[in-house]
Design a protein around this ligand. Structure first.
Ligand SMILES: Cc1ncc(COP(=O)(O)O)c(C=O)c1O
Length: 380
């Protein structure tokens, strides 16, 4: 039985939402990484309950929230952390920028596995750091990390800015892969800044493994960034946390807030607690729905969009379309113009002939989007 409605489209126009505001009414937005689903009822309830108190001053995480995060890390990942290792932040992007600012010196290298989420590509440049790209390769449905290339990149660097599950490739790293990557980082003396914002959005029964949970040695060299924002579709509430077991590293990280990063959204804190305590049933149904969308999309792309290559994402609600064989140049502007579908441009991820499609929407919307892409290709 289905308890939650992921099928009925919700009109988001006019709500000040980024996704549906950027383009005209004739365009179907399938770009920025939020979903078109209603937030889980217990989360909405918690936000409304907080609003029954009429004062909305600066927030701080209550002990109940900190304890819920610690309990979740132990329960879901077998990772024991002290409550003080959890630092609340107004977002994961500020978190990885704070980490780079805190732990590296101008001129240091930062390895990024490409293609990569645009703010991760940009972050080293904000702090006078050198970005060193380590490309991931797509082979069939697999995304492969070339360890020799990673080691070579790490040899020129002081940090690995890691993303797992990976945006935009939807790759979920296995324990063996994580072990090799962590060993490569530690051998080179690099710290790991691990963006795990998509950590609960995994398909086919996969389980997330925080890279820092591999061993106390890895944990001592890692800043892990997590949030309920992607899984529970509360990205607009700007609430996240960094988990930093090493006290000295944590002090430096927190000092790097200076002048930039302030306290966390009070409604986001309540929403995160509600997600952790009461979100499991909604999340389970969401994952079933998203997995169905993923499978439908992969078959549809392979059967109906000639020249477009797609691999089956293992997590996230994002599909990477490789358009290098279509012969239309950069796919995003072409499809925006001809199909009136707004994908995320591959150029933003450092791969101009790709495009990212967000399938976190009702199936009917996904079907409409693919039908538009198909018609545009057929009319060439
Ligand atoms: C990998 C990754 N990291 C960070 C973010 C942004 O997180 P936040 O809004 O918490 O800064 C996103 C959003 O799409 C993302 O995909």
């Amino acid at each position: 039985m289905k308890d939650f409605d992921f099928e009925t489209p919700i009109d988001r126009r006019g709500t000040g939402c980024s996704k549906w505001s950027r383009y005209g009414d004739d365009v179907l937005p399938m770009w920025v990484a939020d979903m078109d689903f209603a937030v889980a009822p217990p989360i909405l309830h918690a936000i409304r309950a907080r609003l029954d108190h009429p004062v909305l001053g600066y927030g701080v995480a209550r002990d109940a929230l900190r304890d819920a995060v610690v309990a979740m890390l132990a329960r879901e990942y077998g990772w024991d952390v002290a409550p003080e290792a959890v630092c609340f932040l107004p977002g994961v992007e500020p978190g990885f920028n704070m980490a780079l600012r805190a732990l590296l010196a101008p001129g240091d290298g930062v390895v990024v596995q490409t293609p990569a989420y645009k703010p991760m590509l940009a972050a080293p440049g904000h702090w006078g750091l050198r970005r060193v790209d380590a490309p991931l390769a797509v082979r069939g449905d697999d995304v492969l990390c070339d360890l020799d290339a990673l080691r070579a990149a790490l040899a020129k660097s002081r940090a690995l800015l890691f993303c797992n599950p990976h945006n935009p490739l939807g790759k979920v790293f296995t324990r063996a892969e994580l072990g090799s990557i962590a060993a490569a980082a530690l051998d080179s003396g690099a710290v790991i800044v691990s963006d795990e914002i998509h950590c609960e959005l995994l398909f086919d029964g996969r389980r997330h493994i925080p890279i820092a949970s591999l061993s106390s040695e890895v944990a001592a060299r890692t800043v892990t960034l997590m949030s309920a924002s992607k899984t529970y579709n509360i990205a607009g509430l700007k609430t996240a946390c960094a988990i930093i077991p090493d006290a000295a590293m944590r002090d430096r990280f927190l000092a790097s807030k200076a002048g930039m990063v302030d306290s966390v959204n009070v409604l986001g804190l309540e929403a995160t607690l509600a997600a952790l305590e009461h979100g499991a049933a909604w999340k389970a149904e969401l994952l079933r729905y998203l997995q169905g969308n993923r499978d439908w999309l992969v078959e549809a792309v392979r059967g109906r969009l000639p020249g477009v290559t797609v691999h089956r994402p293992e997590g996230t609600f994002l599909a990477w379309l490789d358009g290098s064989a279509i012969g239309i140049g950069e796919p995003q502007p072409w499809f925006l113009d001809r199909a009136k579908v707004a994908l995320s441009p591959g150029a933003e991820f450092g791969a101009p002939l790709g495009a990212r499609l967000n399938f976190g929407c009702p199936r009917s919307v996904l079907e409409a989007g693919v039908a538009r892409l198909q018609a545009a290709l057929a009319a060439r």
